[in-house]
Design a protein around this ligand. Structure first.
Ligand code: CO8
Length: 261
């Protein structure tokens, strides 16, 4: 499949999506959003892939929605068709994916770009990463999860300050605040993200999917409901051949051979 605004690759059971509009800091135009959605769908449907990486360039993940493309939109058009010019809600495609998606972020992740990495399952940040919701500076506001996911990730005080002032958070503050899982050097980002994703891809896929679903449940439901869901999901893993293979392999002091069933 050839794309205009992204690159895709497959390595070690990992599907890699790279945003690729370097001249405009990977601004998210309609084509890029559609292509990210299509690439996620394609990797989801590909049985040889167990994990996905979403990444950008060395200096910028994405500087947000393409302001030049967005600037002439009107409220009636946006409202009537739920942001029609984007055509494909790639943020939704990312969060609906059942395979884990890791964001590997170097440089700016701003506006819709910050929202895109927050829709992923976790973020590995390069030491030059910067996160922000600067929409207020151009007279608008986050529209794809910025006020919601940032608040859940870093708490109300920091999210409110960032959304109201446009202040960016550097990688260290983002790690301290719980927005990113881990910081690596910019040079090591691609390798470390691939190593992490390949490790996930080597695990039992149905179990990995249940773990992802269970953690995500916990983000949006009560502790009681989350614990109940987790217990049923845990029990369900005993229906997988991979579960008995994993436990037998441990008892027999050998490496498990997971068959994703
Ligand atoms: N859209 C379009 N073009 C952009 C964007 C953008 N978001 N960001 C940068 N560019 C372009 C610039 O216009 C420039 O192009 P040219 O060379 O033709 O003039 C080129 O990229 C390089 O940019 P700069 O010269 O500005 O580079 P700097 O290194 O000086 O600055 C910044 C980098 C700080 C990233 C700066 O470019 C910037 O502030 N960009 C805009 C950031 C922003 O406001 N983002 C929020 C956009 S709104 C949004 O994301 C809402 C999402 C809602 C989604 C809801 C969907 C349902």
């Amino acid at each position: 499949m050839s794309y205009q605004c992204i690159l895709t690759d497959v390595k070690q059971g990992v599907g890699i999506i790279t945003l690729n509009r370097p001249k405009v800091m990977n601004a998210l135009n309609a084509t890029l959003c559609r292509e990210v959605g299509e690439a996620v769908d394609g990797f989801e449907a590909n049985d040889s892939i167990g994990c996905i990486i979403l990444t950008g360039g060395d200096q910028v993940f994405a500087a947000g929605a393409d302001i030049k493309e967005m600037k002439d939109q009107s409220f009636p058009a946006l409202h009537a068709k739920n942001f029609p010019y984007i055509q494909r809600d790639c943020w939704r495609a990312i969060e609906d994916a059942r395979k884990p998606i890791i964001a590997a972020v170097a440089g700016f992740a701003l506006g819709g770009g910050c929202e895109m990495v927050m829709a992923c399952d976790f973020i590995i940040a390069a030491d030059n990463a910067k996160f922000g919701q600067p929409e207020v500076s151009i007279g608008t506001m986050p529209g794809a999860g910025g006020t919601q996911r940032l608040t859940k990730a870093v708490g109300k005080a920091k999210a409110m300050e960032m959304c109201l002032t446009g202040r960016m958070m550097d990688a260290e503050e983002a790690e301290r605040s719980g927005l990113v899982a881990r910081i690596v050097t910019a040079e090591a980002l691609a390798e470390q993200a691939l190593k992490t994703a390949a490790k996930i891809a080597s695990m039992s896929r149905p179990t990995v999917m249940l773990i992802k679903e269970s953690v995500n449940m916990g983000v949006s439901c009560s502790l009681d409901d989350g614990l109940r869901f987790e217990r049923r999901a845990f029990e369900a893993t005993f229906a997988f051949e991979d579960c008995s293979e994993g436990m037998n392999a441990f008892a027999e002091k050998r490496k498990p051979v997971f068959k994703n069933r």
